[in-house]
Design a protein around this ligand. Structure first.
Ligand code: SF4
Ligand code: SF4
Ligand code: SF4
Ligand code: FES
Length: 538
């Protein structure tokens, strides 16, 4: 074995091992973005920099070999800063958005592209599941939401925004009318109980999410039925009572108890709720100062004061959200608040730290006019679905297929995003002209987005090792280097049986399964389904 010193700690590794391996043995996780075990070192990203005693400057750990007694500096502030700059340089030329602008704009952050994909593929069962992960009452919201997300829809730059809200409503209406409406999965019973003060949109949404998390829920409502402002703010034409009732019934079916005609602070005190329940969520809508005072919680006028992260009020185990904290007329705001306060209470009930961190998000500006022109070459203009077409299944699917699928396939497993987050990178540190939208290469089983490629060459090596007759190659030089398919060939011809291995090994979302919305062909799966993250055995 070879003994080296990482930040003065002795570490033993096999002779001939890379310095990167030694840092891993020492427990460090360097952002080795262009490295894959078993592949030749490319050393192009410079994100794994360390210092080796006796060598000038910082060197890539992936390309250096250990020698007996080598002294390596790994976690010094200046090296962290250098690695951070290297990641930020990659981001300066990165064209991609981790989540679609519609999702980032939706107050409930509903996974809209996912819903669109499922609708287009005729999988309403998966579409309603995607919707209800964020929005427990989509048939209601589909009628009363002013389509906040559609204001950010990229499709609007081509012709008209995708009819997100109407599609959500169409799926939810069909689900409600079906013999067995969708019931979300529920975690095993936690044995914890939560009292929710207020049966309006925030309280109902909080109830849904807490029930899914396995808690017992009782909703205390001052009126004689649940619904809160949803029953007052809209006409029957806008929101038929049957629709609201049906969606409330689904929440109750998850196991919620409703205690109607019970005014907290009058018929039952907060004190009593605190004795009987493990947590209390105040979601009582806009409060008058005297109502807030009656609850005995710190308030600014009628607004309850809460900790921004834990959502806890001035009283332990009592949380608050929605209009009781910050008035907002939008129902979707209240529904989103219901989820946030439920997640905060759930974290406290389960002894988890509250989620305080906002993960790194790569964003891109609106399309330039040149980009729109380029897009028009591959996307035909199509009119948006009109309201009277909502009951027509084919029209709804066609509308979903208008979605440009702006999200990134790798948002949850992208190494670039992971390390950009870990190093608290600023994607805009190096401002300048980013690459413009390059035409994507699309095949039946894979899609190559040049704007997200860091030219690590891992896919080139994997395709070669797996014996692809054509494979992938680099073209261009310096900053313009890019991965491409040899001239005259398609992506499908280039990757015949190594597609899945290449997709799995790509450190970003540059290589992914096709994203455009169209019916998925279950009889035509990708040619190789192995999930390799190392090319040692290929
Ligand atoms: S490749 Fe990574 S950083 Fe880029 S948009 Fe996708 S998830 Fe975000
Ligand atoms: S085109 Fe689709 S993914 Fe893109 S913003 Fe519009 S709805 Fe969202
Ligand atoms: S497409 Fe290939 S070269 Fe580009 S980042 Fe992915 S694996 Fe690396
Ligand atoms: S330079 Fe070492 S992983 Fe990229």
């Amino acid at each position: 074995m070879t003994c080296v010193y990482i930040d003065n700690q002795p570490v033993e590794v096999s002779p001939g091992a890379s310095v990167l391996e030694a840092t891993r043995v020492a427990g460090h996780d360097l952002p080795a973005l262009c490295h894959l075990d078993g592949c030749d070192a490319n050393a192009s990203c410079l994100c794994c920099l360390v210092r080796i005693e006796g060598r000038a400057g910082a060197v890539p750990a992936c390309a250096a070999t250990v020698s007996e007694g080598m002294r390596i500096a790994c976690q010094t502030p200046d090296l962290r800063q250098l690695r951070k700059l290297a990641i930020e340089l990659l981001l300066s030329d990165h064209v991609g958005e981790c989540h679609a602008p519609c999702q980032n704009t939706c107050p409930a952050r509903m996974d809209i592209p996912d819903m669109m994909r499922h609708i287009a593929a005729g999988r309403d069962d998966l579409a309603i599941a995607a919707i209800k992960r964020s929005i427990p009452m989509p048939a209601t919201l589909g009628r009363v939401c002013p389509e906040v997300c559609e204001k950010a829809c990229r499709r609007a730059q081509l012709d008209q925004p995708a009819a997100i809200c109407q599609l959500k409503r169409a799926v939810a209406d069909r689900d409600l009318a079906s013999p067995h409406p969708y019931v979300p999965p529920q975690a095993p019973q936690s044995g914890q109980s939560v009292a929710i003060v207020g049966g309006g949109p925030t309280g109902l949404s909080a109830a849904h999410h807490l029930l899914c998390a396995g808690h017992r829920v009782t909703i205390f409502e001052a009126e004689d039925q649940l619904g809160g402002r949803l029953r007052r703010q809209f006409s029957r034409e806008e929101l038929p009572a049957e629709v609201l009732d049906a969606e409330i019934a689904l929440i109750l079916r998850l196991g919620a108890s409703a205690a109607c005609n019970r005014r907290v602070g009058v018929d039952v005190t907060l004190e009593e709720l605190c004795s009987a329940y493990d947590a209390i969520i105040v979601a009582a809508g806009e409060l008058q100062p005297e109502q807030a005072a009656r609850l005995g919680l710190a308030a600014d006028g009628g607004r309850l004061q809460v900790d921004a992260t834990t959502r806890q009020t001035s009283r332990p185990r009592v949380y608050a959200g929605g209009q009781s904290v910050r008035p907002n007329k939008l129902v979707i705001y209240s529904v989103a608040e219901g989820e946030r306060v439920a997640r905060a209470a759930d974290a406290a009930l389960c002894g988890r730290p509250p989620a305080s961190h906002k993960p790194f998000e790569s964003r891109r500006p609106r399309y330039s006019s040149d980009e729109v022109k380029l897009l028009r070459q591959s996307v035909a203009e199509r009119p948006r679905l009109s309201a009277h077409q909502l009951p027509i299944l084919e029209a709804v699917r066609d509308e979903a297929a208008r979605c440009l699928a702006c999200d990134c396939a790798s948002a949850d497993n992208c190494k670039l995003r992971f390390y950009a987050d870990a190093y608290e990178c600023d994607a805009d540190r190096f401002r300048g002209d980013k690459r413009r939208l390059a035409p994507c290469l699309e095949g039946r089983h894979a899609m190559l987005e040049h704007g997200k490629c860091i030219a690590c060459g891992i896919c080139v090596q994997i395709a070669r090792k797996m014996g692809e007759p054509i494979g992938l190659s680099f073209h261009g030089r310096g900053f313009d280097v890019a991965i491409s398919v040899p001239l005259g060939h398609s992506l499908d011809e280039a990757l015949t049986h190594s597609t899945s291995a290449c997709i799995a090994a790509c450190p970003t979302g540059a290589l992914s399964a096709p994203r455009r919305n169209s019916a998925v062909d279950a009889d035509d799966p990708p040619p190789c389904t192995s999930e390799k993250h190392s090319c040692q055995s290929v």
